[in-house]
Ligand binder design. Structure first.
Ligand code: HEM
Ligand SMILES: *[C@@H]1O[C@H](CO)[C@@H](O)[C@H](O)[C@H]1NC(C)=O
Ligand SMILES: *[C@@H]1O[C@H](CO)[C@@H](O)[C@H](O)[C@H]1NC(C)=O
Length: 365
């Protein structure tokens, strides 16, 4: 009997593929829901017209989980003005050098400007929602509005980010790159500047904002887990990807939390992009000198998040890869020209997966 069943199911699969291939002539079938990720969805022009370019296809694959969001391709800045003018990524080598100076501490770890830049990328991109999109308010997201002069830097949720905003405005003036691209490039540059940090693929060509982002779309540190999960779902970020994104608090320090001494970190190694955060967040009591955000405490225990959360403990490369997937999605929210972006990953500094002294607690930057 088995004998007959097999060819039949093979035939069925071929038929389904035939149908599928015709329905989406350019899109590769993308496996969804791998390792319990829930169902991910496409965004921007990838959702409306599908991937129509090699870059569009890569970004679709990355955010759906079937292609890596990390790159190890290292380039070299063209040597003279003529060659530089011919390479659209050339300016990013110069931006990268400036950002390394800004983000790298004297002991080789990442500093306060780096952590602020990582958060800035989230606070710019995180101001987008499906609810708004579906009611005709498709603006906000990774559009650089937080770096522009629309007054977003005065919102309470952006307290603590004013310093990095001022510095990146100078970088933008110097190199005349787009605000939206600079915010996201700075965020991933800061991540790879931290020891052990992944080297996310850098995409440029986003459109800059023409107005302030909608208010009220960033998470409240005291909110309940269910409402935080729903807030991120409305940005197409599934709990599995949220678990990976929250690991950014591995390099964070709280500067503006009432009752918490300014500069209190969220794990014992805040200048290193390691996975200690995942273990330390769930310890009771928390390690001395660490302030666990109430949001991280409740999310780490929520059944939709906890399995993935625990799977990152002692699993650096698993977390790095999942962060790359999730952050690439975050960095594309509100971007409706994904197919016309360009990849400039080669301009980023190399990753440093091995760093002597990575595990020294409370070490200086
Ligand atoms: C439930 C979601 C989140 C909540 C409630 C939250 C909340 C916070 C709070 C309250 C702070 C401290 C700010 C201060 O006192 O200076 C902070 C810092 C930070 N957050 Fe989050 N966050 C969330 C998600 C994220 C995500 C998705 C990222 C990045 C991918 C991120 C990256 C950071 C970083 C790097 C800092 C440190 C900033 C600095 O040291 O200047 N956070 N976050
Ligand atoms: C500029 O550099 C390119 C390759 O990097 C080289 O082929 C070219 O000859 C150089 N031009 C000048 C004027 O030096
Ligand atoms: C997690 O933290 C606890 C308490 O500090 C420690 O005993 C345990 O070994 C840690 N586990 C890992 C995998 O780091």
């Amino acid at each position: 009997m088995k004998h007959f069943v097999r060819p039949l199911s093979t035939l069925l699969t071929s038929c389904l593929f035939f149908l599928f291939a015709h329905a989406f002539p350019r899109a590769l079938p993308i496996p969804q829901g791998q390792d319990g990720s829930g169902s991910r969805e496409l965004i921007g022009d990838l959702r409306t017209v599908g991937p129509t370019t090699p870059v569009g296809r890569s970004i679709a694959n990355i955010i759906m989980g079937s292609e890596s969001g990390q790159s190890s391709v290292i380039g070299q800045r063209p040597a003279n003005d003529t060659a530089c003018a011919a390479d659209p990524c050339c300016v990013w080598y110069d931006v990268s050098l400036a950002l390394t100076v800004l983000f790298l501490g004297p002991a080789g770890r990442c500093n306060n400007q780096a952590r602020a830049a990582i958060r800035l990328g989230f606070h710019d991109a995180g101001t987008w929602s499906k609810t708004n999109r579906d009611s005709g308010l498709d603006f906000g997201g990774a559009d650089g509005s937080l770096l522009m002069n629309f007054g977003e830097d005065a919102r309470a949720e952006n307290n603590g980010l004013q310093g990095i905003i001022g510095k990146l405005r100078i970088v933008q003036k110097l190199f005349k790159i787009g605000f939206a691209d600079l915010v996201q490039y700075a965020s991933i540059h800061a991540v790879v500047t931290c020891p052990l940090g992944p080297r996310l693929r850098a995409f440029t060509g986003r459109k800059d904002a023409t107005r302030a982002a909608p208010d009220g779309l960033l998470p409240d540190v005291h909110a309940a887990a269910d409402s935080l999960i729903a807030l991120f779902q409305d940005k197409t970020i599934v709990p599995h990807d949220l678990a990976a994104l929250l690991g950014a608090h591995s390099t964070s320090k709280a500067f503006v939390q009432p009752g918490v001494p300014a500069g209190t970190p969220q794990d014992t190694t805040p200048a290193v992009w390691d996975v200690r955060f995942y273990n330390e967040t769930i310890q009771s009591p928390s390690p001395k000198g660490v302030f666990v955000f109430p949001s991280d405490a409740v999310l780490s225990k929520h059944p939709a998040v906890s399995t993935e959360w625990n799977s990152f403990i002692d699993a650096q490369s698993h977390w790095n890869e999942d962060y790359a997937t999730a952050y690439t999605r975050l960095s594309m929210l509100g971007v409706n020209n994904i197919n016309s972006l360009r990849e400039c990953s080669q301009t980023l500094p190399p990753a440093r997966p091995d760093f002597p002294g990575a595990s020294v607690q409370f070490a200086d930057s």
